[in-house]
Write a protein that binds this ligand. Sequence first.
Ligand SMILES: Nc1ncnc2c1ncn2[C@@H]1O[C@H](COP(=O)(O)OP(=O)(O)OP(=O)(O)O)[C@@H](O)[C@H]1O
Length: 216
Amino acid sequence: MPSSEGDLTILKDTFLEVAEGQSIAIIGQSGSGKSTLLGLLAGLDQASSGDIEIFGNNISKMNEEGRALIRKDYISFIFQNFQLLPTLTALENVLLPLQLKQVDNAKAKALEFLEKVGLGHRVHHTPKLLSGGEQQRVAIARAFACQTPILFADEPTGNLDSQTGQTVADLLFELNEQFNLTLVLVTHDPKLANRCDKQFSMNAGELIEVKVGEAL
Ligand SMILES: Nc1ncnc2c1ncn2[C@@H]1O[C@H](COP(=O)(O)OP(=O)(O)OP(=O)(O)O)[C@@H](O)[C@H]1O
């Protein structure tokens, strides 16, 4: 990656294969490259070398437009900093991608998922009127409501108390079981990581598989 201090190598010889319906946790120290990897896998960023395939589509060879189409059909993303639109209410934030995808009964679906994350009473609030944890839950409802086959989540329980974190984790794995949703999670939360099928540890840009429950 080019930077003001010259080219930076953030990830090295990284190989990760995720089967459909699998749940993967990526753990590791701050700054080790976890978010970078997630952004590349989800087609939000482009790697300087290497290949990334999503359901057989090599997104590394695509331009932004092509990757946007793949994201629309296959990928939801829960960002570490939520990335809610500040002028839209919670409901409108969840509704927007559903309307862009022309999903049937978009409003009912948006309300259903806001209800599931415990925000049924806050749907008309804009992000600045919501706490950090509530904003995170809006971002989670938005990702869940899209019902794509793959969900990437960057510390999805990072701002939540343990009770709410548990509810969100339950929802993640409920969708994983019910719809064969593929989950790729970056997390510092041992409980969440230990519920995943596989765990990988990122150490200074190198990804190593660890036994579930061993590293945390
Ligand atoms: N756009 C960028 N330009 C230059 N360096 C970057 C950029 N994005 C990330 N980095 C660097 O890449 C390294 C990995 O960052 P990344 O955000 O992937 O780490 P992380 O493991 O997700 O950390 P955290 O747990 O703190 O979120 C860091 O040293 C960071 O400074």
